[in-house]
Design a binder for this molecule. Structure first.
Ligand code: C5P
Length: 297
């Protein structure tokens, strides 16, 4: 018996960040779009909990109980009073520590896979509650499509998307830690008034219409100055993509992956080719969104 779940990456088309809360988290207006870059998580019964990983970035993935996939299995097993004796294998295509929710994808994937393997019968609502305990971006990895995340990003409202958006992603040659980028945001915000973040009406309308030009005009990422402060070379990558005809360029989430919106699939290939030869990034991928959420194959 084995269960495989496919889970998409995400890009944040708006990441509005409020001031640090007493618990250290930040209130967000986080507009997620799932894109067609996927990890696959396969679970099989085993003597004890074990995580393995394959893929270009596999050596950077922790294989102990800090891995979100392991934590997902432990959380579900704990709720059912069973032993999380399972081998979790991750086939990794989403960049690690890239700001594309790769770790969150593996958490959501392992949760859905273990629920099926164990016949645990957790409802969608229970799965979403476990996801929210695991991390702010994990619920979105489960649902996919497009959604507005409020609170620390875990409270989701599904959004209408009226078309397919074509993206290019440039992977950097090192990762960025999400907490480090939020700390840098706090440091840069010192002494300034930080407004409560709200979703941009223009952005939501652009998504609903499926209009890439309108979306390009409306995207924003409040973490981008912090990511650029910690990783200034990303400015060269953003400039290279803009120069190659991208409608807009931004840091994906907390980075350091950079995201480029193209007008269509053909233009995305051109932007990707220019970035590949620009010498400003490690690798380049093309992916369209919205993509479906976690799916049992
Ligand atoms: O929720 P998650 O474990 O993914 O968050 C990782 C880190 O990112 C947190 O420890 C916190 O430093 C930062 N974070 C934040 N505000 C959010 C989400 C994450 O400050 N809304």
């Amino acid at each position: 018996m084995r269960v495989t779940v496919r889970v998409p990456a995400k890009v944040n088309v708006q990441l509005g960040v409020g001031a640090a809360r007493p618990d250290g988290f930040h209130d967000l207006a986080n507009v997620f779009l799932a894109v067609g870059l996927y990890d696959e998580v396969t679970v099989t019964p085993a003597e004890e909990l074990r995580v393995t990983c394959e893929g270009a970035d596999a050596d950077q993935v922790p294989l102990d109980r800090t891995n979100l996939a392991a934590r997902a299995a432990i959380a579900l097993a704990g709720r059912r009073g069973i032993d999380p004796a399972v081998h979790i294998h991750i086939s990794k295509d989403i960049p690690v520590a890239g700001g594309m929710a790769g770790g969150s994808a593996d958490g959501a994937g392992a949760l859905l896979a273990c629920n099926a393997l164990w016949g645990a019968g957790a409802s969608r609502a229970e799965l979403l509650a476990v996801c929210a305990e695991l991390g702010s971006d994990v619920p979105f990895s489960l649902v996919g499509g497009a959604a507005l995340g409020t609170g620390r990003g875990e409270r989701l409202t599904a959004l209408d998307v009226g078309g397919t958006f074509h993206w290019v992603f440039a992977m950097a040659d090192r990762g960025l830690s999400t907490p480090a980028v939020f700390h840098e945001f706090d440091r840069l915000a010192e002494g300034r008034d930080i407004l409560e973040p709200v979703a941009s009406p223009d952005l939501l309308e652009a998504l609903a219409k499926g209009d890439p030009h309108a979306l390009a005009a409306a995207v924003s990422n409040d973490l981008q100055p912090a990511a650029l402060s910690l990783f200034p070379e990303l400015g060269d990558t953003l400039a290279a993509g803009r120069g190659a005809g991208a409608l807009t360029a931004l840091v994906s989430g907390s980075g350091p992956t950079t995201a480029f919106l193209a007008r269509d699939a053909e233009s995305a290939e051109k932007v990707a080719q220019a970035l590949r030869t620009s010498g400003t990034c490690r690798s380049v991928r093309v992916a369209a969104g919205p993509a479906a959420g976690a799916l049992v194959l």
